[in-house]
Ligand binder design. Structure first.
Ligand code: SF4
Ligand code: SF4
Length: 170
């Protein structure tokens, strides 16, 4: 008899604990985010689309050294350039980044010695149009110029990412 009573009390206790949790959550504020109308603010350091950064005059910082393309494990960066006959500097003609291949690993940003690339907070990349998922130099630069935070260095040569004003140039 005592065993049966103990089992009953134990079950009652467990049920009351469960009901307590249910009631507590019933009166707690909702945490549902109705995406895409509502969006969470992604933290700095979020690894979204890698984008090109510009200097204060709006010129790309990229010097076409190709280190990012070589560091990329999936070869999704294509760079073409020519050398300016006067300055003898390389000028980037093509900088394509295929976001369908990109793993958002950040190795390209890590490899760039010129703080010319950053992982952005840009993540809404879905599209039915495959070619539009290859981001051009102009598109990557436009997102990079929308930076609302400076890059945060976690090492001498590695920036940690930027937040942008959002929106997609496609
Ligand atoms: S984030 Fe990774 S996969 Fe994407 S371009 Fe950079 S190195 Fe390549
Ligand atoms: S590593 Fe930096 S500077 Fe070199 S090509 Fe890539 S983005 Fe440009």
């Amino acid at each position: 008899m005592w065993q049966g009573l103990l089992t009953f009390l134990n079950a009652l206790r467990t049920a009351l604990i469960g009901m307590g949790i249910t009631i507590r959550n019933f009166f707690s504020p909702t945490v549902t985010i109705e995406y895409p109308e509502q969006q969470l603010d992604v933290p700095l350091g979020f690894r979204g689309l890698p984008v090109l950064l510009s200097d204060d005059e709006g010129n790309l910082k990229c010097v076409s050294c190709q280190l990012c393309a070589r560091a990329c494990p999936v070869d999704c960066i294509e760079i073409q350039d020519h050398r300016d006959p006067e300055t003898r500097r390389k000028v980037v003609d093509v900088f394509n980044l295929d976001s369908t291949w990109c793993m958002y690993c950040g190795l390209c940003v890590e490899a760039c010695p010129f703080d010319a690339l950053a992982m952005s907070d840009h993540f809404e990349l879905a599209s039915y149009d495959m070619p539009s998922l290859v981001y051009t130099k102009e598109q990557l630069a436009e997102i990079g110029r929308r930076a609302i935070t400076p890059t945060v260095n976690i090492r001498e040569t590695q920036n940690f990412g930027i937040k942008t004003g959002g929106g997609d140039p496609r």
